[in-house]
Design a binder for this molecule. Sequence first.
Ligand SMILES: *Cc1c(COP(=O)(O)O)cnc(C)c1O
Length: 242
Amino acid sequence: MLRSSQNLAERLRTVRVRMAAAAASAGRNVDSVTLLAVSKGQPAEQIRAAAAAGLTDVGESYLGEAVGKMAGLGDLPLTWHFIGRLQANKTRPIAERFAWVHGLDRLKIAERLSAQRPYHAPALNVCIQVSLAGEATKGGVRPAEVPDLAAAVAALPRLALRGLMCIPPEETDPERQRGWFAQLRALRDSLAAGGQRLDTLSMGMSGDFEAAIREGATLVRIGTAIFGPRPEGPPPGTIGPS
Ligand SMILES: *Cc1c(COP(=O)(O)O)cnc(C)c1O
């Protein structure tokens, strides 16, 4: 355990150094980029170790798994982000337990989240997921649909529309990576020109976060580069294939 938490601290240090270098090369302050630690597939103890190493924001993709981990980590001051696919019949626990939702791509889901957000909680922060390449499996709306969805989501009382999120196709060439992220940034800028100002660009994962930071990411979602490879098999707390 000691050994593995030392590894985590070292990996985290490396990620922070790489983030700072990418920000500096773009003339940006690295403090303007939130590091979201993606802990799906990792046990709760790893999240505890990450918090001890200074991480404050945690991202989970599977509701059952996330709820199980939250139960044992209630003593930590963590901000929980839901980054998985959203299903209409599972919105209530997300509206009740998370501070952020990154994968919003349907108005119906947004309406449910707004209606189900507890009155005593602050508005739920949301990002609209944009499908830049049109890959069906990843979710997201096409760029042309974003302005209308953004206007409708912004009008919901218990949601705070914060920005745009993307999961572009995997690329190893940094220039090609930047091309995708530049598209999301341009979309953000065109919304701003239309009066819809958004402060968040949720983009960049372990394999491409430096390119994302160069193109203006304000939040990077990083899993394996912090925690190491995800353990094999279904994530804890989820039901197997039916
Ligand atoms: C798993 C996941 C990540 C993190 O992926 P890594 O390659 O492990 O950094 C980021 N965003 C989303 C939406 C994910 O599902």
